[in-house]
Design a protein around this ligand. Structure first.
Ligand SMILES: [Zn+2]
Ligand SMILES: [Zn+2]
Length: 434
């Protein structure tokens, strides 16, 4: 770790900042170790913080890429460790603001490393060490904000993701097949580019821009809660029920309680009120008075659209189940019924508890009968093999019996083996008696 200082975090202080996961990956590659080894090395240090962490938590053996940009305890310690070692603020290469401001932020962070091939190409041309940007980890960002091209998550040659802790090559090469990640399988069609006026996640991108200029200590931890309560109270005091109705129409809870708010709710809030996400998070919104008409466009970004719930027609489903059951010659399993009807097994167990139980029992009894039949058949055949004239040309060994009977009956190995053993014992016993 002595030459750690050589590896510098890229694009510090801008919205293009390198992610902490990318930094650890580069560090691993430069030192010829895996990312897991770096994590284990840091956690083998004898410091008060690390010892305190290890008292209450398992030793982290390795950390996944989405954890590396998250706000969990282990990552906070890793970040602290590198900050102390290098004197640089690494927290900005994680989603630090999500911890400060939001509840449930897991949905906002991608599980997989994503990248823009065009950005990688540019980095190569400019001689910049290739790195993954933090913004590429944001779930709602599907396109590169510079090139407007869709981000990629798997290698165009081998189809594998780049989450592996083993970093054999530089970040812009596939860690599995060494293919250059700046190459796409085919040229993009015009329609695949994102329009600048309709960029998904533009609000989050703006937030990134503004946050890159802010220090951790400058940001109030409860800024978002304050904003939320301030906005709702303003509307309640003004008896503006129309606005409250608009908000709840967008699935924004309109009850003021002291609790954390999700990023999604904050984004919806900001969109409806036409203020920046940053102003909501930092409670700058409290300097604003709301005096607006509520003419909202009837189109909007995806995150404004409440999830559609598809209503099930339960009686039609029930009829379909009964028809399916009566059409079958043998009792099907509950999974087969669910697949045919197009619902989940859980749905059947929840809604038609007794019927589901009946299906399970009948299927199980049928399976037992089939198994019993197979066992009888195997036993008869095994006895025939050792005692019947028909098989007299064969050597009377268990191995030979298995070979012949398996070919004739195609019965499972464990059924045949058991039957052959019984017949074999019977043959030996009869020889002894004789
Ligand atoms: Zn790009
Ligand atoms: Zn590959």
């Amino acid at each position: 770790m002595n030459d750690l200082f050589r590896v510098k975090l890229q694009e510090r202080g801008t919205s293009e900042i390198e992610s902490f996961a990318s930094y650890i990956y580069r560090l691993a590659y430069e030192h010829g170790v895996s990312a897991g080894e770096i994590v284990r090395y840091v956690f083998s240090q004898d410091t008060d913080e690390i010892n305190a962490y290890k008292e209450n938590n398992k030793d982290p053996k390795s950390i996944s890429c989405h954890e590396l940009v998250g706000t969990g305890g282990a990552v906070t310690l890793l970040v602290d460790y590198f900050e102390k070692l290098t004197g640089e603020a690494f927290y900005k290469s994680t989603f630090w603001f999500l911890k400060a401001a939001f509840a449930r932020c897991a949905r906002e962070v991608r599980k997989e490393v994503n990248w823009c091939p065009e950005c990688f190409k540019e980095m190569e041309l400019k001689g910049v060490t290739p790195y993954f940007k933090l913004i590429w980890h944001v779930n709602s960002i599907s396109h590169c904000s510079i090139h407007r091209t869709p981000l990629m998550s798997v290698c165009s040659k081998c189809g594998k993701n780049q989450n592996t802790c083993v970093r054999k090559y530089s970040n812009h090469l596939c860690q599995h097949c060494r293919k250059n990640l700046s190459e796409r399988t085919r040229a993009l069609r015009k329609i695949e580019y994102s329009d600048s006026w309709n960029f998904t996640g533009a609000d989050v991108l703006n937030l990134f821009n503004e946050l890159s200029q802010v220090e951790r200590k400058e940001m109030a931890e409860d800024g978002i809660v304050k904003s939320y309560e301030y906005i709702l109270t303003s509307f309640l005091n003004a008896k503006d029920y129309e606005m409250l109705d608009v908000l709840s129409g967008f699935n924004i809870p309109v009850i003021t309680v002291k609790r954390k708010v999700s990023l999604l709710v904050a984004r919806r809030f900001a969109y409806v009120l036409n203020i920046s996400l940053y102003d909501i998070i930092t409670a700058n919104v409290m300097q604003t008075t709301f005096d607006m008409d509520y003419e909202l466009p009837n189109y909007g970004p995806n995150f404004m659209k409440p999830k559609k719930r598809i209503k099930k027609n339960h009686s039609r489903i029930l009829i379909k189940i009964h028809k399916y059951l009566s059409d079958q010659d043998c009792p099907p399993s509950l999974r087969q019924v669910a697949e045919y009807v197009g619902v989940s097994v859980g749905y059947l167990e929840y809604r038609y508890k007794d019927l589901a139980k009946k299906i399970i029992i009948e299927h199980r009894e049928y399976q037992c009968k089939i198994m019993l039949h197979k066992k009888y058949h195997a036993q008869k055949m095994a006895l025939d093999f050792f005692f019947n004239e028909k098989y007299k040309r064969y050597n009377k060994s268990r191995r030979q019996a298995y070979k012949v009977l398996r070919e004739e009956t195609m019965l499972p190995k464990f059924v045949l083996k058991h039957a052959i053993q019984i017949a074999y014992n019977a043959m030996n016993d009869s020889i002894l008696i004789y």
